[in-house]
Design a protein around this ligand. Sequence first.
Ligand code: SF4
Length: 336
Amino acid sequence: MADINIGVAKEKVEAKGFLDLEVDPQLDLFNEIEKMKKEKNAIVLAHYYQEADIQDVADYIGDSLGLAQKAEKTDADIIVFAGVHFMAETAKILNPHKKVLLPDLKAGCSLADSAPPAAFKKFKEQHPDHLVISYINCTADIKALSDIICTSSNAKQIVESLPPDQKIIFAPDKNLGSYLVKKTGRDMVLWDGACMVHEIFSLEKIMKLKVRHPEAKIIAHPECEEHVLKVADYIGSTTGLLKFSQEDPAKEFIVVTETGILHQMQKSSPDKTFIPAPPDNGCACNDCPHMKLNTLEKLYLCMKYELPEIKMDETLRQAARKPIDRMLEISARYGL
Ligand code: SF4
């Protein structure tokens, strides 16, 4: 592939959201990415739902909480975020002076999209005496309208950190919200949003799998619907599920979340069997179409041209930072 100039590269990103360029199939992309990391003082942060090759080349793999903490602490000049848009935005909110890159700007999130800022602002105005706790899976605009951010790793502690009589709006995930209502006994007002991946698991197919694998433990993410969570042996964040799979003596697990996490589970427990829970469609496993927009080629091109870059209005960034800082403070207090 002949190199293109930066102007042409920017035009390509504007047109498609990513650098739609041919990559020489002979190129050792792992090696090239490693070289660029050193040359550019860049760090690659990857979410557990990324494809296996991206996880293998990442400097850090984690869930939303771990990634936000890592993004806050890094001294790299460039953060390459292999995840979806709201995650890269969070890294930018925490690092205004660093370049934050996302291999494909179209890597969105159905859950984040389920809370349009104007409608959410109105909803908030209807509950003036409520504080807003928002799950990190939301846009910078929703973060700016929130009092505290949480992730699935710290949500329970964040809710419990508020006085018992404090009225709370929880957004945008109604499934995580109703799980937290049960866990904490707090009566929260829930925004009606959901994740397209965690909402379509088939309970019937999961139970059929359980009949075929009676010893398997069902482990599920709290973004799943209540009827699925009811049959789970363990419910936890992505990191929580990984940890449970490492520590629990069971040899088989039916994993009810996005399939990307199976790569780390299998790597850290090669003697165990991990079965992806099937969704309620024709497929056998459940991939997030947004997360999977990132590829190793796009990651390579994004590092080479330092595009697409996340840009953010400074007033919005400062407003979105406050609730994230509150989350990081509370998480540190609880040792999370
Ligand atoms: S798995 Fe769900 S919450 Fe996560 S990025 Fe995909 S759509 Fe969003």
